[in-house]
Design a protein around this ligand. Structure first.
Ligand code: AIR
Ligand code: ASP
Length: 263
């Protein structure tokens, strides 16, 4: 607990230190282009400029499409949900929105793990364990996947993570605690807005100072969101399963978490 408080205090201090420069931030060289985002350097050391793209990919990049407006929705939804994490004292990379499709984040080295939290059986868990999609899990399930396109992001256990040096045991324990804290923050917030949080994927990164932060994005691209009343899917499964209305579903999530025409 003391350690958690210290981490939060450090996080707040880092945010204060970074704050004065952030008003005059300018975009620098392209550092990395991923499937859904581009990452640029900035004139502020330790701050990166993220551009959310309209590109949608699934099944390890096999299925691809351009969905106009998706980038702006994912960017703003993610910004809103990360702001909630900050309110709850959960250390994360988000600094501020720059435009409808852009945000400023703290620079981290991303750990090559995807941490998935599940409240309800769906997707690969339903398939692997033979559970019906929609079966409520008696407690949240945390899983780690090795981020490796060539291997198709395999599920890994603590020993696999140790032998491949994907994270230290301490980082792994911290990621688990933070992932469950994110679940505890998001679930009631979304439930109040008529959204069931079925599962989600987090990525974590380490700052130059060694601080572990929740990074990447939290959006309908990385979460399963079901309408609480009808069970309708309001997330990337609409794209993966060719259900149509992908951007409309993302817009519905944005509307329910308080979005309006502006940003
Ligand atoms: N996810 C996993 N890899 C990429 C993403 N976006 C997310 C899915 C889903 C959760 O992790 O969007 O919310 C579990 O996915 P799956 O396919 O393992 O059931
Ligand atoms: N975005 C990943 C891919 O391109 C996984 C997914 O969301 O289905 O394969």
């Amino acid at each position: 607990m003391a350690e958690e408080q210290r981490a939060t205090a450090q996080h707040r201090a880092a945010r204060r230190e970074a704050a004065p420069d952030l008003r005059e931030v300018t975009k620098g060289a392209l550092l990395y282009e991923g499937k859904a985002k581009k990452v640029y350097r900035t004139n502020v050391p330790g701050a990166l400029w993220i551009v959310f793209k309209d590109d949608a990919t699934a099944f390890n990049g096999e299925k691809r499409s351009v969905l106009e407006g998706k980038g702006a929705l994912a960017n703003r939804i993610s910004a809103r949900l990360f702001a909630l994490l900050t309110e709850r004292g959960i250390p994360n990379h988000f600094l501020r929105l720059l435009s409808p499709t852009e945000q400023l984040v703290r620079e981290v080295a991303i750990l090559p793990l995807e941490v998935v939290v599940r409240n309800v059986a769906a997707g690969s868990l339903a398939k692997r364990l033979g559970l019906a999609e929609g079966a409520i899990l008696p407690k949240p399930v945390v899983e780690c996947y090795y981020k490796n396109d060539r291997l198709g992001d395999p599920l890994v256990n603590d020993d696999h993570i140790a032998v491949l040096s994907l994270a230290t045991p301490q980082q792994l324990a911290q990621m688990r605690t933070l992932a469950l804290a994110v679940n505890d923050a998001l679930m009631p917030y979304l439930a109040q807005r008529g959204i069931r949080l079925i599962d989600f994927k987090l990525e974590f990164g380490v700052t130059a100072e060694g601080e572990l932060l929740v990074a990447d994005e939290i959006s309908p691209d990385t979460c399963r969101f079901w309408d609480a009343a009808s069970g309708e899917k309001l997330d990337k499964d609409r794209f993966r399963r060719d259900l149509g209305g992908v951007v409309e579903a993302y817009a519905e999530i944005w509307k329910r978490i308080g979005g309006d025409g502006g940003w």
